[in-house]
Unconditional design. Structure first.
Length: 114
């Protein structure tokens, strides 16, 4: 079992930055594919970014060039650096670990004001 806890969300003005953290416990995540998703009010949860074990990353078109995901295996933590934030980035952000199963965190709220 992997337990994930997201943090770092908050209220920021458009154009600002936030860094989300996803701290894992229970298992080391170095062998897990990690991903970020988000869910805005009234919308489906959508893919944001993925970080494979080997370090390859992929991003949704809507965040490409603005968001960067990385991991620190020593801290068993994954990060999502979000720059040039837009009001449409407002959502609850979740991290997910994929290995023998899929494990989700509880989410952290990001609100971007115009």
């Amino acid at each position: 079992q992997v337990q994930l806890v997201e943090s770092g969300g908050g209220l920021v003005q458009a154009g600002g930055s936030l860094r989300l953290s996803c701290a894992a416990s229970g298992r080391t995540i170095s062998s897990y594919t990690m991903a970020w998703f988000r869910q805005a009010p009234g919308k489906e949860r959508e893919f944001v970014a993925r970080l494979w074990v080997g370090g390859t990353t992929s991003y949704a078109d809507s965040v490409k060039g603005r968001f960067t995901t990385s991991r620190d295996n020593a801290k068993n933590t994954v990060y999502l650096q979000m720059n040039s934030l837009k009001p449409e980035d407002t959502a609850v952000y979740y991290c997910r670990a994929s290995g023998t199963g899929n494990y989700w965190g509880q989410g952290t709220q990001v609100t971007v004001s115009s």
